[in-house]
Design a protein around this ligand. Structure first.
Ligand code: COA
Length: 274
């Protein structure tokens, strides 16, 4: 199958995407896929049986594009579909940096396409021990905060994620902000998929603020919480809060380094989006 066979996927392909994920022992994350199929550009390859491969491209202005949900059905393993889908996404990504979080399975393919490793993100899961104990230092996001949150997000990610954030505000279960002298210096949100509540993004001025935001977002969750981070100190703290290390992925970029002030991005919004 070549790039001419690649087709745009939409929300009508949700069931096929969930089946494809399950074929690779990935969870059936219905809400996540629905969000990605409607806010990102999803592409796929089909065989006579069903969906054989997928990739989701998200473009955030001229400087950054993110790639996620790269999956190829087992029956097509190692036969070039992953490469075809990735090339297709890269052709459409524009001239800026292309970034993704790679599994061990995906990394050799991305390396052969010119991506380089820039870091490691660990995923933590469990029941948050601070349940019920808000710090009182954060408050819920209100619509009036939108311009300030968009500005902060753009500074930190170096990207135009305004469209994404608009969709995220409907998708997220909660979003909280942290202020210093009346200025929003951090924000964090969480979203649910099935049983688990995923904390992300977490944007904060420093580690102490990141912990405060995570505590205030996670402390009301009754059930498993997931937190992804590339910060060793936040990861170590997460473990002390009951969130055990589950797995790791590798941050990879193509082109320039990631734009923005990444020192303030403690947790991605979701791995497929950065
Ligand atoms: C990762 C994945 C999408 C790759 O899809 P695929 O269609 O099998 O990959 P392709 O056949 O296009 O390309 C494999 C390429 O990667 C390289 N590669 C794959 N496995 C490798 C390995 N173990 N060691 C070295 N190189 C390897 C090869 O260079 C091959 O290149 P070639 O075309 O020159 O032979 C697929 O294995 C998959 O869905 N895995 C499970 C889900 C997952 O982890 N997705 C990645 C998320 S980041």
């Amino acid at each position: 199958m070549d790039t001419a066979s690649v087709a745009r996927l939409g929300i009508e392909d949700l069931a096929a995407c969930l089946d494809l994920a399950a074929d690779r022992q990935w969870p059936r994350e219905r809400r996540k896929w629905s969000f990605l199929l409607t806010t990102g550009e999803a592409y796929g390859l089909r065989d006579e049986k069903d969906l054989a491969g997928s990739v989701v491209l998200s473009r955030f202005g001229p400087r950054l594009a993110w790639v996620g949900m790269m999956l190829v059905a087992q029956r097509w393993n190692g036969r070039g579909l992953g490469r075809t889908l990735m090339r297709y996404a890269m052709d459409r990504a524009g001239a800026g940096t292309i970034a993704l979080y790679a599994t061990e399975a995906g990394r050799p393919l991305y390396e052969s396409l010119g991506f380089r490793v820039t870091g490691t993100v660990s995923t933590h899961r469990g029941r948050f021990l601070g349940t019920g104990a808000r710090t009182g230092r954060t408050r819920p996001f209100t619509p009036a905060d939108l311009p300030a949150v968009q500005r902060l997000d753009a500074e930190v990610t170096g990207a135009d994620r305004r469209r994404l954030l608009t969709g995220y505000l409907r998708f997220a279960g909660q979003v909280r902000v942290l202020e210093a002298d009346g200025v929003i210096t951090g924000y964090a949100g969480s979203w649910r998929d099935g049983e688990a509540v995923v904390v992300g993004p977490v944007i904060a001025a420093d580690l102490a603020d990141a912990k405060t935001l995570v505590t205030d977002v996670a402390s009301t969750v009754d059930g498993p919480v997931r937190l992804d981070t590339d910060r060793p100190f936040l990861a170590a703290w997460a473990v002390t809060q009951g969130l055990a290390r589950a797995f790791e992925v590798t941050t990879m970029v193509h082109g320039n380094d990631l734009p923005g002030d990444r020192s303030r991005l403690f947790t991605p919004l979701m791995q497929a989006l950065g």
